[in-house]
Structure formats: structure tokens, C-alpha cells
Ligand binder design. Structure first.
Ligand code: ATP
Ligand code: MG
Length: 409
């Protein structure tokens, strides 16, 4: 007999089943609930976009654009890309949806992202993010509120104790210009020791070197100049405003001058919630301010601030969520009891009580299965109707009219 080859999931992808699924959806539901509390509404944009949505915005020297994008030509000859992150698509939707006149917009999203990376613990090719974007607010109060919403989610997920918030400023255009010059001077003096990637970054975007994962680069980064010494008065005021607003929201933070974020569109605020509990994959939630992005995409000048968080990494940190209560199992005691059993099944479901009926087997088999299922109750439908407590084995007759009341306890 010829055996068909066993089909495997694509490298770097993963099925969500059982407890993995329960963890994943618990993260999304928690974020959905908290962001609603903070006044955000959920959007969903397509998982693929015109390649230019990302290539024009994420930065030509960013890791994502240089080596991680899933880009292909579709059958019509158009270049499309599976989204590697959420912000660019939300900004594209803000513009094409004509929403740049009704600001601010407070957006929550959840869904798959795609990056061609080397798969390892906490790093996949299809992974998932939750994220928020606050579009149309220029004050550091908005940055603090966006961060506070993230902090609340981490608290409600029970992982805040393992996580530290690092914040930094990237300044405004003038600060960056001055800082860029200082960085070029510093790294040029050691250009021979830079990685090949960073030599290119030195020409195109020296700030990016601060985010390098190369060990040699990291040593040079340690002595690099700090942006704090190059901030304009306005940028320094913004950063101070952020820090006092974070304090007002009760969010603890540490300042870390090395945080620049992996994408080019950020200015002023940059931040990461990091943990030591996941080895090298320590960033669980990260974001910043991106005031130039919407304009860069062809829209008006709309400031923005947001973050994205990896659901897989959060799922690994949380305790297993409490399993939902198992449905009540309805058991017909003989063939003639099928019809009344279905009546009871329908009545319970109509009353929003989760109920199930087996598809085959005699009463004994069905009762065995009910016992194994983890359900708390079975309803035995024969000449009488009996409610059986599967936890202690007791059972008693129950009138159909009182069944719902009994099950609601
Ligand atoms: P890293 O430094 O770990 O590569 P990044 O800077 O590329 O992260 P972002 O682009 O800021 O990450 O994405 C936000 C979050 O999405 C990350 O903090 C992480 O939790 C998650 N994330 C990013 N890439 C992956 C991936 N390949 N697999 C799983 N989660 C990921
Ligand atoms: Mg990355």
C-alpha cells in the first residue's frame, strides 16, 4: 500500500490547540476588555498590503525590511507583503477611510504578523500581536495613557511582576540631527570594528546601530554618546512631560538611553516592557511615537503613538487560564428517550446554559464518557428525569420546570 506523505506545518508556524489556544485567547480577551475601558475601539485591517505600505515606512535599513518581509508578486503582477507589524496598516486605513478629519482615533487590534526569521523559542514566522494606536494627539499625556493601558493589561494578565518598563526619548528632528552627527563621529572612529550591517547603517541611519544585536557592535554602543545631551528644549520638555504623566498614571518606569526601537518611524517617546523570564526574547510589549508616519504615507500631518505586543511571549508568561465550565451532559436512557432528551437540550441552551448530548452509545457508555468529560452534571432522561452530580455521584429526581433553576445553582 502506498502511503501519502505526512503534511507538516510550515517552519516557524504553529497550531493553536487546547491550552495553547486558551492562553492565546485569554491574552486577546484581556487586552480587548482593558483597551475598551481606556476608550479604544477594535479595527481589523487586511493581513496583506501593497508592499509600499511597509517599504516606505519601516525604514530601508530596518531588519524587518532588509531581511524579514514575506513579499511576493500576486497573479496580477502586483507586489504584496504579508504584514510584519500593525501600525503601518492602521495608518493606511486611517487615511483611506477618510478618518483624518475625525481625530483622535483610539484603535485596538489583534491578529497574525509575518516575519521571515530564524524560528526559536518565542520567535516564529507567523506570530500574533495585540496593539493599540492613538492617532491625532500630540501631547505626552497621550503617550502616558497608551503606556498605562499596556501596563494595566500586563497587570491583569498577572505578568507585571516579571516585567520592567524602559523608556527613552528619540527627540524631535533637530535633536536627532545633532545626535546623528555625534553618533557618526563616534562610530566612524571605530568603523573597522563595526559589523557589515552596521557599516551600512552608519551611512544611512546611524541611530539604528544602537539597536544592533551583534556583540561587537554592542561593545561600541556602550560608549556611544547619549541623546540626552543633544535634546532641544522642546524635546526635553516633551520627555519631562512624559515622565510626570507616567507618574500621574501610577506606572513605574526606568530610563534606558539605548532603546531606539527597530523601525524608523519613531520620534520622541520609545519604550519597551521587558522581562528576564524568556531568555533572549525578552521584549514583550514595545512601541513609541510616530508623528511623521501618516504624512509620509500621503496623508495629512497626524501625530501618533502606540505599541505592539507579542501574544506568544505573553502566553508563555501567564498562568494557565481557568478552564470554562464544562457543559451539562444530557443522556437519553433508551431509544424512546431521544426526543425528550433533545427537548431538554434545546431548553437548556435557550436559557444560556451550556449543554451537550452524545451522538452514539448506550446509556452506560454515555455515562462513562460524561464522567470522564469533567462536566459537573448529567441529566438522565428516562421515565423520570434525574439530575446526577458527577462530582459526588449523587442523583435525584427533578421536575423539568425546576431543572434550569437547579443547574444555575
Ligand atoms: P525582537 O527584538 O525580539 O526581534 P522586535 O523589535 O523585532 O523584537 P517589534 O517589531 O517591536 O519587535 O514587535 C513587537 C513585539 O512583537 C515584540 O516585542 C515581540 O513580543 C513580538 N515579536 C516580534 N517578532 C516576533 C517573532 N518573530 N515571533 C514572536 N513574537 C515576535
Ligand atoms: Mg525583530
Amino acid at each position: 500500500m502506498k502511503m501519502a506523505t505526512l503534511l507538516q506545518p510550515v517552519r516557524g508556524t504553529k497550531d493553536l490547540i487546547g491550552e495553547d489556544a486558551a492562553r492565546h485567547f485569554h491574552v486577546i480577551e484581556t487586552a480587548r476588555r482593558v483597551t475598551r475601558l481606556f476608550g479604544f475601539s477594535e479595527w481589523q485591517t487586511p493581513i496583506f498590503e501593497d508592499t509600499k505600505v511597509f517599504s516606505r515606512t519601516l525604514g530601508e535599513t530596518s531588519d524587518v525590511v532588509t531581511k524579514e518581509m514575506y513579499t511576493f508578486e500576486d497573479r496580477g503582477g502586483d507586489s504584496v507583503t504579508l504584514r510584519p507589524e500593525g501600525t503601518a496598516g492602521i495608518c493606511r486605513a486611517l487615511i483611506t477611510g477618510g478618518l483624518t478629519q475625525t481625530l483622535p482615533q483610539k484603535v485596538f487590534y489583534a491578529g497574525p504578523m509575518f516575519r521571515y526569521e530564524r524560528p526559536q523559542k518565542g520567535r516564529y514566522r507567523q506570530f500574533h500581536q495585540i496593539g493599540i494606536e492613538l492617532l491625532g494627539a500630540a501631547s505626552p499625556l497621550a503617550d502616558a495613557e497608551v503606556i498605562a493601558a499596556g501596563w494595566r493589561i500586563l497587570n491583569e494578565l498577572g505578568v507585571a511582576k516579571d516585567v520592567v518598563l524602559n523608556i527613552n526619548t528619540l527627540g524631535d528632528a533637530a535633536s536627532r540631527e545633532a545626535y546623528r552627527a555625534a553618533l557618526v563621529a563616534h562610530f566612524s572612529a571605530h568603523a573597522d570594528k563595526l559589523s557589515e550591517d552596521s557599516k551600512l547603517r552608519l551611512e544611512k541611519n546611524p541611530l539604528r546601530i544602537l539597536d544592533s544585536k551583534d556583540e561587537g557592535d554592542k561593545a561600541l554602543v556602550e560608549n556611544a554618546p547619549l541623546i540626552y545631551d543633544h535634546l532641544t528644549e522642546e524635546a526635553a520638555n516633551f520627555y519631562n512631560g512624559l515622565k510626570s504623566s507616567l507618574a500621574a498614571f501610577g506606572v513605574p518606569f526606568a530610563e534606558n538611553p539605548r532603546i531606539v526601537r527597530g523601525l524608523d518611524y519613531y520620534n520622541h517617546t520609545a519604550f519597551e516592557f521587558v522581562t528576564t523570564a524568556l531568555g533572549a526574547q525578552g521584549t514583550v510589549m514595545a512601541g513609541g511615537r510616530y508623528d511623521g508616519l501618516v504624512e509620509q504615507m500621503g496623508g495629512p500631518n497626524v501625530p501618533g503613538i502606540g505599541w505592539g505586543a507579542g501574544i506568544e511571549r505573553l502566553s508563555m508568561l501567564i498562568e494557565p487560564p481557568q478552564a470554562a465550565a464544562q457543559p451539562v451532559i444530557i443522556i437519553p436512557m433508551g431509544g424512546e428517550s431521544e426526543a425528550p432528551a433533545l427537548d431538554i437540550l434545546n431548553t437548556l441552551r435557550a436559557a444560556n446554559i451550556a449543554a451537550e448530548i452524545g451522538y452514539s452509545g448506550n446509556a452506560k457508555k454515555r455515562l462513562e464518557r460524561a464522567n470522564k468529560s469533567g462536566a459537573a452534571y448529567a441529566v438522565l432522561v428516562g421515565a423520570e428525569i434525574k439530575l446526577k452530580n458527577l462530582t459526588d455521584g449523587s442523583q435525584d429526581d427533578v421536575a423539568p420546570a425546576t431543572l434550569i433553576e437547579r443547574l444555575r445553582g
